[in-house]
Design a protein around this ligand. Structure first.
Ligand code: KIV
Length: 278
């Protein structure tokens, strides 16, 4: 864990040192505070916001307005970790000008320090335009959720050699274009290992095996908020969903039985010096 403020170039330094990078998603102020205090280097406001916070069934409906609202909240909870904002679907696909304006809002209005976008060599002109506007870019290849309709669902990418070669070519093209780090999602570990060895910039894996330079998980997956349908790459470090339900059940029980609140948990007309009525 680094003690000082993390900025995009620091991630390459960590790769050179052989220090693994931990990245996690957050979508609000209290979570941002907790994850930063726990020592992560990078906080991503992912467009997984759509799935885990807004209740959509994919990331596709997430808008720039929705995403901005959450990036601003996370900004208020962070000091040290690098804040990366995911660019929502369609916010960078229509034109380069549109991409710069939308990405610029995440930097200027919301205080993000970098943006992340999905896609391979077809995104090189957009990446150049963003870099021209002084916006650091993180790439994202493999099982990119904004492409689920093209992929026909959430399917591991890069198993056939031809697909693996295409992902490798895209990784090299993105590095050449100037991205500072690359998320590899839902690909075989052998492929992410090869990409990690070929690139000078760090790779951050999710469902891409242990040989990436860092790892990222969705906060709600890691804490076991929704225990059902957990993908194999998720490690649940606690059962937060069950803990929350237990707490709320206990609260309901105490309200119904009249044991909450007690007089100790209530205000009295008596002065502080007088003994509280129990
Ligand atoms: O939206 C997201 O949370 C992401 C991570 C899973 C990398 O893109």
């Amino acid at each position: 864990m680094t003690e000082s403020k993390v900025m995009p170039p620091d991630l390459t330094e960590l790769k050179v040192q052989g220090t693994k990078i931990s990245m996690i998603t957050a979508y609000d102020y209290p979570t941002a505070r907790l994850v930063e205090e726990s020592g992560v280097e990078v906080v991503l406001v992912g467009d997984s916001l759509g799935n885990v916070v807004l209740g959509y069934d994919s990331t596709l409906p997430v808008t720039v307005t929705e995403q901005l609202h959450h990036v601003k909240a996370v900004r208020r909870g962070l000091k040290r970790a690098l804040l990366v904002a995911d660019l929502p679907y369609l916010s960078y696909h229509v034109s380069q000008e549109d991409a710069v304006r939308n990405a610029g809002r995440f930097i200027q209005e919301a205080g993000a320090e970098a943006v992340k976008l999905e896609g391979g060599s077809e995104m090189v002109p957009v990446i150049s335009a963003l870099l021209h506007a002084r916006i650091p870019v993180m790439g994202h290849l493999g099982l990119t959720p904004q492409s689920i309709n093209l992929f026909g669902g959430y399917k591991v990418q890069g198993k056939p050699k031809k697909e693996a070669d295409r992902i490798m070519d895209n990784a090299l093209a993105l590095e050449q274009a100037g991205i500072f780090a690359l998320v590899l999602e839902g690909i075989p570990w052998q492929l992410s290992q090869q990409i990690t060895e070929r690139l000078s910039i760090p790779t951050i894996g999710i469902g891409a095996g242990p040989y990436c330079d860092g790892q990222v998980l969705v906060f709600h997956d890691l804490i076991g908020y929704y225990p059902e349908n957990t993908p194999r790459f998720v490690r649940q470090y606690c059962q937060a969903g069950e803990m929350i339900k237990d707490a709320v059940r206990a609260y309901c029980r105490d309200v119904r039985s009249g044991t909450f609140p007690s007089l100790k948990e209530s205000y009295s007309v008596r002065k502080k010096t007088e003994p509280d009525q129990e």
